[in-house]
Design a protein around this ligand. Structure first.
Ligand code: CAO
Length: 427
């Protein structure tokens, strides 16, 4: 049997009294010399007291809330040593130093950490290469987080409370049902950019703050794949040019987008799983029998996605009118929440600006979104020679939990065929 030793409150570094805020062990627990057994708190800091010696906890002498001073007995330990006589140990502060640096680190008396001394104390409390204050360690223990999985952003890579919070947030966002985890995202580096040059702070708009959160959630929670394609819209463009002036007289802008909306509805009929939402459990597909299409509109205050309802029941003229009204409302900040609800599928058109392709983010709870880029003349091989054709780049992002790659390829091929043959759209 080992010796029975009292574990006492060490030198408090100036504080006369501290409070026991946590008992980390119970009688019968096996402890190592560096196992934290009690957390004490002064009005300035918290500190964890290590067992000091390997052994078994015999009896707790304090409770949570007890106020104690230097030398007070916290608990008794049956040490693993050979000596059989019970002996009252001296306060930890006076304990002889261990011979190896590692042991010294774990059994060196703890001092309450004042803000200035905390970093020094972290060194002492470091397990392996991890440096963290006692509060952070306690929090990590409560959450069951192994601090060695985190990359600290403090001095000497010290793990800060913020690092822990961002680790937990990332875990929650990416939490799936069991399975292996891959260490989570590294926290974003905290950089003082003024060290590199002049800077200016500009607050994000309200819309950017809201849509940013939604975009981030959709990006991390939906397994996105983007299928690219091209539609030959030479005939469609010729048709549009023929009718554009007539529409303009009525102050209606006829752009390729309205034709694309019509073609999308036709493709949604053909491929109903694109006009669907996953139920919250991810077990059923809710198939929609209506065709409401969201259209991303770029406004000075950020991106909004008003919804054009019952696109299947509207003619090109009515759609063009409604799209103009909705984008006007969006740019004048007059959209109501109702204007942005109920979408089945979204279209994000950057065709008026340029670029060749992009990967749009799915607008949950929808399962797919079509990105449209600027049409360009391209040499297309036909009947033994190259001829110029106006090609429209399409980027279809889809939720791979719901849609297979083959279905997505079929969808984009079908859509391209519709856009390539104007008769389909007008009939
Ligand atoms: N290829 C070639 N030209 C195109 C085109 C395309 N794919 N799409 C539009 N155009 C042309 C139009 O025909 C028009 O030219 P004309 O006046 O000569 O006919 C010009 O580009 C401008 O069109 P527009 O952008 O004003 O109109 P639209 O109907 O195509 O789009 C709207 C309306 C509201 C979708 C658009 O103004 C808009 O806001 N787009 C940005 C959406 C966005 O930001 N998406 C990104 C989301 S992810 O951050």
């Amino acid at each position: 049997m080992g010796a029975i030793k009292d574990l006492t409150v060490p030198d408090l570094g100036g504080a006369t009294e501290v409070v026991v805020i946590e008992l980390l062990v119970k009688p019968g627990d096996k402890v190592k010399a560096d196992t934290s057994v009690v957390t004490l708190e002064s009005d300035k800091a918290t500190m964890e007291i290590p067992a000091g010696e390997e052994g078994v906890v015999k009896q707790l002498k304090v409770k949570v809330g007890s106020k104690v001073g230097m030398g007070a007995v916290l608990m008794t330990l049956e040490t693993a040593g050979a000596a059989a006589t019970a002996e009252k140990s001296k306060p930890a502060a006076a304990e002889p130093a261990q011979t190896t640096p590692a042991k010294q680190a774990s059994s060196t008396p703890q001092k309450p950490a004042s803000p200035a001394s905390e970093e020094e104390e972290d060194e002492e409390q470091g397990s392996g290469d991890v440096h963290a204050g006692p509060g952070v360690r306690r929090l990590a223990r409560e959450f069951g987080i192994d601090l060695s999985n985190l990359r600290g952003t403090g001095p000497k890579q010290r793990v800060l409370k913020e690092d822990l919070q961002s680790f937990v947030k990332t875990k929650l966002a990416s939490s799936s049902e069991g399975g292996a985890t891959f260490g989570g995202l590294a926290p974003a580096p905290l950089i003082d950019f003024t060290q590199f040059g002049q800077t200016e702070i500009e607050e994000l708009s309200r819309i950017q703050k809201i849509s940013g959160k939604n975009l981030h959630r959709n990006w991390v929670s939906i397994p996105h794949v983007t299928q690219f394609g091209e539609a030959d819209i030479t005939e469609l463009e010729a048709y549009r040019q023929r009718h554009k002036a007539r529409f303009e007289k009525e102050k209606i802008k006829l752009t390729p987008l309205v034709f694309i909306m019509k073609a999308v509805v036709d493709a949604l009929r053909q491929f109903p799983q694109f006009n669907a939402s996953l139920d919250p459990k991810g077990e059923n597909l809710i198939l929609k029998k209506y065709f409401h299409i969201g259209v991303a509109v770029d406004t000075p205050n950020g991106l909004v996605v008003p919804v054009v309802r019952n696109v299947d029941q509207k003619r090109i003229r009515a759609l063009a009118q409604e799209l103009a009204q909705l984008s006007e409302k969006a740019r004048n900040k007059q959209l109501t929440p109702g204007d942005m609800q109920g979408g089945c599928f979204s279209i994000s058109s950057l065709g008026g600006i340029g670029g060749t392709a992009f990967t749009p983010i799915i607008n949950a709870p929808e399962v797919a979104i079509l990105g449209v880029s600027k049409a360009a003349q391209k040499p297309i091989y036909q009947d033994g020679g190259f001829i110029p054709r106006l090609m429209l780049p399409l980027s279809l992002s889809y939720d791979h939990r719901v849609i297979d790659g083959a279905q997505a390829a079929r969808f984009i091929v079908y859509l391209s065929e519709l856009l390539g043959d104007i008769r389909h759209l007008l009939l």
